[in-house]
Write a protein that binds this ligand. Structure first.
Ligand SMILES: [Zn+2]
Length: 129
């Protein structure tokens, strides 16, 4: 039921005035501004993917969302995590090297707090057994 209402609203395009003020729990108004300075809002489901660009109802130009969505977001950019960025910086290799170094010569590489050194010594004994 709610779905049908939303779909009708989206197709309707510009006649949302009478619906203003009515509370729809699952709705949000997405504000757009076109290059000509026209501003308008499109009610959408909160769960919907908010389009970064919407056709201006007045002049038909591409209006950009003001919901903080960058236009570039529409271009299929892979979502980058912090982990990806770490990998980009070569941290994985570096961590690998550090780990290797510590495993190979646990006694010599003494970085970090002392309790880490002790656990290294234990590890060495363990791996020899
Ligand atoms: Zn316009």
């Amino acid at each position: 039921m709610a779905e049908r209402t939303l779909r009708g609203a989206r197709l309707g395009g510009q006649s949302f005035e009478d619906e203003r003020g009515i509370e729809f729990a699952a709705r949000q108004n997405v504000a757009y501004g076109c290059p000509q300075g026209h501003e308008f809002e499109i009610p959408m489901s909160v769960e919907a993917d908010v389009p970064a660009v919407w056709e201006c109802p007045r002049c038909g130009a591409e209006a950009l969302s003001k919901a903080g969505l960058e236009r570039e977001a529409k271009v299929e950019k892979p979502v980058r995590t912090h982990w990806d960025m770490l990998l980009d910086r070569g941290w994985e290799k570096e961590l690998e090297n550090i780990l290797k170094e510590r495993l190979e010569r646990p006694g010599e590489v003494e970085t970090g707090p002392a309790h880490l050194h002790r656990s290294n010594a234990k590890r060495r004994v363990k791996s020899k057994a």
